[in-house]
Design a protein around this ligand. Sequence first.
Ligand code: SF4
Length: 446
Amino acid sequence: MDVKEYIINLGFTFDIETYGCQMNAHDSEKIAGILTSIGYRPSAEKYEADLVIFNTCCVRENAENKIFGNVGKMKQIKQKNKNLIVGVCGCMMQQNGVAEHLYQMFPFVDLIFGTTNMQKLPEMLYEILIEKKRSLHICQEGVAAEEVVMLRTPPPIASVNIMQGCDNFCTYCIVPYVRGREHSRSIDAVVREVEQLMGEGYKEVMLLGQNVNSYGKGLENSDFPKLLDAVAKTGIERIRFMTSHPKDASMLMLEQIAKHKNICKQLHLPVQAGSTRILQEMNRKYTREQYLKLVEQIRSLIPEIFLSTDVLVGFPGETEQDFEQTISLMQTVKFDAAFTFVYSPRKGTKAALMQNQIPEEVKQQRIIQVVELQAEHTYQSNLKNVGKVEKVLIEGKSTKNSQTICGRTDGGKMVNLPGSINLLGKMVTVEITEAKKTTLIGRIVN
Ligand code: SF4
């Protein structure tokens, strides 16, 4: 029997619960696209779906614990609905032994697949629906699906994968082990996708990859500045990208950002720590001084740049002096925004084996300091916007007030403003009237 015919006849629906980063969210758009192509429809109600897939993340320990808890809850739901298919996929399934463990511990999970196996979903569902078997497909090699029809979030903003995997092996990070080595799509393929998105009404693209600015390895005559140039020339209204590695942030890349109006003046440049000794232990391949010099270069070439970062506290062996260096680097740079994290050992990484792990209470004291300092810097950065006139791309209704709509400035700051949802997807001119702790308030001007 044809599995598509079977799915359509029974009117099956699906739901995907996504954890982790934007790459994972984008993978879920691909999975949704594959499921739609074989007859599934998105479910209006999560627990009424005939297929529930958990797209997992293993970068942070707390996400992992939450995932196990939420998958476990499906046991009861499945007792009420015997035909329900429960699936688990994503980075966590690529970790040594996790998929097998889950397969044995959770017999109600029917479908398990890794990051490079989603193309096989129709075959896996055939095994489950027609052959009445459980399906487990984990492959350590290969590349995740790239040229698939996706079920994306509606316009105006779309994610476009430009590369996947990572060759850097930062000692705290699990990504290279679960996402494999770097693999870049061709410039032509990326440009084609952006042009198609423009035709579908998308106004902004986010170019995604674990290390976007090392894009192009293994391709001829291709690097990240060339890709930026080619995407900018499509004429799409806005281009953003993440994540960049400071060691790969070249002058050529900065020149492209400065040159093209449609490349947003926003750069996420994870520093992680302010102490060169800790950066070396992390295998980040830059020093404190090199990072600070890079920030100076960026700000002199692109003075309006919105600069954000990641800060990781409590890395093994981080002394009080090392931590003070992180604080002083933050005070020097005054980032416009930062994602702040407490180090937690990830099994399989080098740092997890380091002897000098930091006590939990010390990590907590440090993260509080970092969060408070960044909150102050974010607010100061927001205050600088008051009185300015900005282009804002309207993304939807504000979450807190149904009378207001929201969108981002070129630099990526969220602005809430009075207005009609009919403006969704429009670029409007907005005067910033007030700064809140994390967002801005504005009003439309002609
Ligand atoms: S650059 Fe480092 S932190 Fe980023 S994904 Fe690669 S290994 Fe992980």
